[in-house]
Each structure stands twice: as C-alpha cells, then as structure tokens.
Design a protein around this ligand. Structure first.
Ligand code: ZN
Length: 152
C-alpha cells in the first residue's frame, strides 16, 4: 500500500483546488448547445455549454453549483474534452465511469486515467458516483441535442 494514503491526500487537494477555482466556469452566449444537469440526490445543478466545429468540441464551459466532487469533475471535464471529437470525449467519460464504478480494491490504471485519477476516491463512496458523472452525462445528452438531464 505504498503511497496510497499520500496520493489520496493529493487527489483530495486537487479536487478542492478545482472546486475553488473551476476551469472554464463561465456562460457561453454563442454556444451551440446548453444543457442543464441536475442531481437531485445531492443538489448539484449545472449548465454545460458546448460549441462544436463539426464533430469537434471547439469550446466548452459550465456554470452552476454543487458539491466539490461534482464541480471538480465538471471543471476537469472542460479541460479534458476541449479540442476532442465527440467520440473521444465519450471515450473519456467511459474511462471515468468504469473507474468510479470499479472495486475500490482494484489497482488504478493511472496511465490510462491521466487527470481523471483525482476522482478515484469516489469508488469508496458509491453515492458520489452521480456527483462525479453529472457534467459528463450532461455532455453526452448535449451531443444528442437534449436540453436537460437528471441523474434520477
Ligand atoms: Zn454532489
């Protein structure tokens, strides 16, 4: 178990940092898609804005409020999917989803996870999965042309 405790503290610190200074936290007036995402279980409520160039995310931002995990995940999402195709963005979501729903005792594939690894602690708190994936569900629904999504 070398370093696991240390990593966990580091990840928590990074989540708090994203929560305090969320990336791309702004409205986008000329967005191609704006979608509201709710997680009634926790009270997380965000709007995700997407600008597309064909199938590529040319800009992404979000506004709203929620718990530290939901906000950090939305913030991370905006940094990870900008410049990516819809398919690539959805693949990153699948990687995140597989991680947060995996057994907490399974080893983490840190290389494949990249920055998503900071959300690894969610594996131990299944109730938080909806927080960690809310913005991503909104993203996928926005690609499908929907305007609201709820985790319920
Ligand atoms: Zn939450």
């Amino acid at each position: 178990m070398t370093g696991a405790g240390g990593n966990r503290a580091l990840y928590e610190q990074m989540i708090l940092e994203h929560n305090k200074k969320p990336r791309n936290f702004r409205e986008m007036e000329d967005a191609d898609h704006a979608i509201e995402g709710y997680n009634p279980l926790c009270g997380d409520h965000f709007t995700v804005y997407l600008k597309l160039d064909g199938d590529t995310v040319s800009d992404v931002s979000f506004t709203g409020s929620g718990c530290a995990i939901s906000k950090a995940s939305a913030s991370l999402m905006t940094t990870l999917i900008k410049g990516k195709s819809r398919e690539e963005a959805e693949a990153i979501f699948h990687t995140l989803h597989n991680m947060v729903t995996s057994n907490p005792d399974d080893p983490l594939d840190e290389k494949n996870l990249g920055k998503l690894v900071v959300l690894a602690g969610v594996r131990e708190y299944p109730v938080r999965i909806k927080c960690a994936t809310l913005a991503w569900h909104a993203l996928v629904s926005a690609f499908e042309g929907e305007e609201t999504v709820s985790t319920e």
